[in-house]
Design a protein around this ligand. Sequence first.
Ligand code: HEC
Length: 205
Amino acid sequence: MKYYTSWILLSVALFWVSPASAQVQDENFVPDFRHMKIDNPAALTDSNAEAIYHQIQSELAKTFARSELPVVKEYNTWKRYNRAPYLSSTHGDRYINNFANDLAVRYDALAKGYKMPAGAVFAKDGFAVTKDGDILPGRLFVMEKLAEGASPGTGDWRYLAIESDGSLIGDSQHDAQNALEFCHICHKVRSSRDFLFFVPPGYRN
Ligand code: HEC
């Protein structure tokens, strides 16, 4: 137990001392989002999580808009597909939300072989709360469907991750290509449904 706790504290410390700008500059750096844990997370009920999210939602959106990426500027005005923030261990153990723009047609009825049209964008924001009541903003995870043939290695998806201060962590189409390879490696298990997972049952709107 003691070993486990120290391991978590160490990974949190290592994670927080590496500034986002350094991550983008080092082409060999691969951020490991699965280890982005906080040491004393509070367990939230759905209604608590929803209430906290309402308090911080516009602040989160404003921060991500600082990244100056047109693709995320207004994600918080898009349709939200989850009824309350849900815990996602694959995106940093945060309570997260799932938004998609108008071009993301049939996201809630993903059939086998279906392909999203170019221009469809999906965004996940989120937060964590410690047992002391501190609210920690999460990162923004984005997938954008590109034109056919634009990125054959990723099923024509662009993956983006934005730090909770608005700085860019990686963009699979541009500066930090290697850093986000692991996004697609995991999303590949859903290749029959255009690499999309949708919202976990129980949290669908
Ligand atoms: C270990 C597996 C895993 C990794 C790594 C991963 N994802 Fe996901 N992703 C999922 C799962 C599972 C879901 C659906 C459940 C959820 O929302 O957590 C999802 C959902 C999403 C969605 C909503 C669209 C959809 O699939 O329904 C976006 C956007 C997304 N991920 C972006 C990213 C980005 C960007 C990265 C890399 C920075 C990433 N993901 C890394 C497993 C993963």
